[in-house]
Design a protein around this ligand. Sequence first.
Ligand SMILES: Cc1cc2nc3c(=O)[nH]c(=O)nc-3n(C[C@H](O)[C@H](O)[C@H](O)COP(=O)(O)O)c2cc1C
Length: 225
Amino acid sequence: MVDRKAFHTLSYGVYIVAAQTDELRAGCVVNTFQQVTSSPAQVSVAVNKDNATADVIKKAGRFTAAVLDETATMELIGRFGFKTSTEIDKFADTAFATDAAGQPYVTEHACAWASVRVDHTIDMGTHWVFLGEAEEAGVLSKEPPMTYAFYRQVKGGKTPPKASSYDATEAQAAPAPAPAAPAAGTSKWECQICGYVVEVEGDELPADFTCPVCGAGPDQFTRIA
Ligand SMILES: Cc1cc2nc3c(=O)[nH]c(=O)nc-3n(C[C@H](O)[C@H](O)[C@H](O)COP(=O)(O)O)c2cc1C
């Protein structure tokens, strides 16, 4: 028997991996970036095949990783962790720099970064695991790195289905289908972070409402009907 709660005890950080080709600039939040060996400095990351970033990393043969710090906002995590690079240019409203190979890496709310040459790509079913050597790396600030536990417990963040650590047995981030039109006496609101739509009685979202997908509060919702 596999008690999936055992995996809830694992510790991770929260990162944004990114890559660029002539066709697309892509990036997504991951918790699966990690160092594999010290000398040379080899690292790995598991990226869901359905994430746009996976294809771009495969084509570019490289990726960058930014280590998010505890100041990272839900807007930033929502943009890179709940939306797709084929629909929005996630870097348009994000501070970033480019490495020596011309690949973008996020610099806002990031305390460190690395630029990686992919040497091995392993097919793990739902995910590709990219393994390679860090050719550049640097420290960006002294802010403490955000842990996955901090993201979940302090920021109230959720885990979307494409994350490696998603647990389908927990009602985490599977959006409920939105009702077509609001019933009389109700209003309809859209989360600006992850796009979740909710219909509530009356004209206001309750002050203690939190988005069941990404954990955003009422101030992140816009009334749409
Ligand atoms: C906290 C958190 C951790 C995540 N971890 C991973 C991960 O390790 N691997 C992965 O493929 N996706 C992970 N995701 C999901 C992707 O960030 C998400 O599917 C994103 O929208 C993909 O964007 P893209 O289509 O532009 O690549 C995570 C998301 C969050 C919020």
